[in-house]
Design a protein around this ligand. Structure first.
Ligand SMILES: NC(=O)c1ccc[n+]([C@@H]2O[C@H](COP(=O)([O-])OP(=O)(O)OC[C@H]3O[C@@H](n4cnc5c(N)ncnc54)[C@H](O)[C@@H]3O)[C@@H](O)[C@H]2O)c1
Length: 248
């Protein structure tokens, strides 16, 4: 996964620092806070304590307070955080107010499931195009979108101002697809194909690999087993497990 530096720009917009210098780990947790805040807003909550929000997001409250302090958000003593304001601040920092156009390349088993997922729109993204190289898939309709041929990527990316491309092709073609996306003006890539992509420095890549997540869980299983095998039967802490979002 490539690491992005987020430069600091002085000045504030409506109480939100224009671009605070955020640690990558904080950026990775902001979507979790946002998800929890949306849920709180749906239940009618107007304010939330740091402990309440931390519990809903599955992190510890000290970490949450530090993360939110990077946004200039400290909450009010005895009241907590204003839910609507915090939603606005996090959405602003994540750039979700832009409703960015996303395309998906590779409409096979995984691509089909992703293309049919309604959750992207509710999280601030418009999936505007689906591409595949297989003529038999071109023309198929999924979730209101017609699968286009990959040869039309350049034209459609320009027409739709596509900024983010999702790769769900076999690993052997992922680099070719990444090159085509970049040539078409895409500057952010979410890659589901195993392997490392070579991209220019202005392009950000996030990689999702569920097998890696399982391997990390396997390590924790291994560690817990070795702790219980210690003399005296020392066991792993039981009151609260670790929760990390996939990809963070
Ligand atoms: N990240 C994860 O956790 C995860 C989970 C499952 C699969 N995967 C990966 O996702 C990828 C897709 O898996 P799948 O099971 O959907 O495969 P699949 O074979 O069912 O689908 C791949 C699709 O890509 C298309 N394709 C191939 N080359 C192309 C190109 N140059 N341009 C456009 N389309 C092209 C194929 O026609 C096909 O429709 C694989 O790389 C797989 O390893 C990752």
């Amino acid at each position: 996964m490539s690491q992005q530096r987020h430069g600091s720009t002085p000045g504030e917009t409506d109480g939100v620092p224009a671009f605070p210098d955020l640690p990558e780990a904080t950026i990775a947790r902001l979507p979790e806070y946002l998800r929890a805040l949306h849920h709180l807003a749906e239940t009618g909550a107007e304010t939330v304590s740091s402990e309440g929000l931390a519990a809903a997001a599955g992190v510890n409250s000290a970490k949450l307070r530090k993360d939110l302090s990077h946004l200039g958000s400290y909450g009010t003593r005895g009241v907590g955080y204003d839910v609507a304001l915090l939603v606005y601040q996090i959405e602003y920092i994540l750039g979700l107010d832009k409703n960015r156009a996303v395309c998906l390349v590779g409409v096979g088993n995984l691509g089909h499931a992703l293309a049919g997922y309604a959750g992207f729109a509710s999280r601030g993204f418009r999936v505007v195009a689906l591409f595949d190289a297989d003529e038999r898939k071109v023309g198929e309709e999924i979730n209101g979108l017609i699968v286009q041929h990959i040869d039309d990527l350049q034209r459609i990316a320009a027409e739709e101002s596509i900024a983010i491309g999702v790769i769900a092709t076999p690993p052997g073609t992922a680099q070719l697809v990444a090159d085509a996306l970049i040539a078409a003006g895409v500057t952010s890539i979410l890659n589901f194909a195993p392997g490392v992509l070579s991209v220019p420095s202005n392009v950000d890549v996030r990689k999702v690999d569920l097998a890696i997540e399982l391997q990390i869980l396997s390590f924790h299983e291994h560690r817990k087993a070795s702790l219980t095998a210690l003399p005296g039967g020392r066991s792993a802490p039981a009151e609260s497990g670790n929760q990390e979002a996939v990809g963070s």
